[in-house]
Design a protein. Structure first.
Length: 154
């Protein structure tokens, strides 16, 4: 099943755009949108433990250089470096493809925050992630690639 979020209100039986946005804000981790909203909220609040709880035990985080960080110990290092910034991440133009208990999440995002020494930070990018629904119905990251195809650039 493919959801084009800009067209949700046109598909019979599916929620409207307003419901999708509300789901992200309510952090219902039993939906991909709620899982993404929860994760971004954890980062914004500097909640390393919460951010780490968003990853499957087989999860991989891919940094901007394309380095794959596998396992909770390595992913925690990446989450600490993000949480220290307490970034506000706003996504737009999301596209979700669901296949059983797997979801592919694509979106464009902007991020603002402050470095530990007080410098303003602003970034933007394209997320390409794969999520997996666990036995409790919670969506977790198998692959979190916040920089999408940009990791291929020289």
């Amino acid at each position: 099943m493919i959801f084009y979020l800009t067209q949700l209100n046109k598909v019979p039986g599916l929620a409207s755009k307003m419901t999708f946005k509300k789901t992200m804000e309510e952090f219902d981790r039993k939906t991909p949108a709620g899982a993404v909203g929860y994760f971004r909220n954890c980062l914004k609040n500097g909640n390393v433990e919460g951010a780490l709880s968003c990853f499957d035990s087989q999860g991989v985080y891919i940094d901007r250089n394309g380095e794959e960080m596998k396992g909770f110990v390595k992913i925690e290092v990446a989450m600490k470096s993000l949480c220290i910034l307490k970034p506000l991440i706003v996504g737009t133009a999301a596209h979700v493809t669901l296949i059983g208990d797997l979801a592919m999440w694509l979106d464009k995002w902007t991020m603002t925050g402050k470095t530990p020494d007080g410098h303003h930070l602003e970034m933007k990018g394209h997320t390409s992630c794969i999520l997996k629904r666990n036995e409790a119905g919670i969506w977790l990251w198998l692959v979190d690639n916040p920089f999408g195809a940009a990791i291929l650039e020289d």
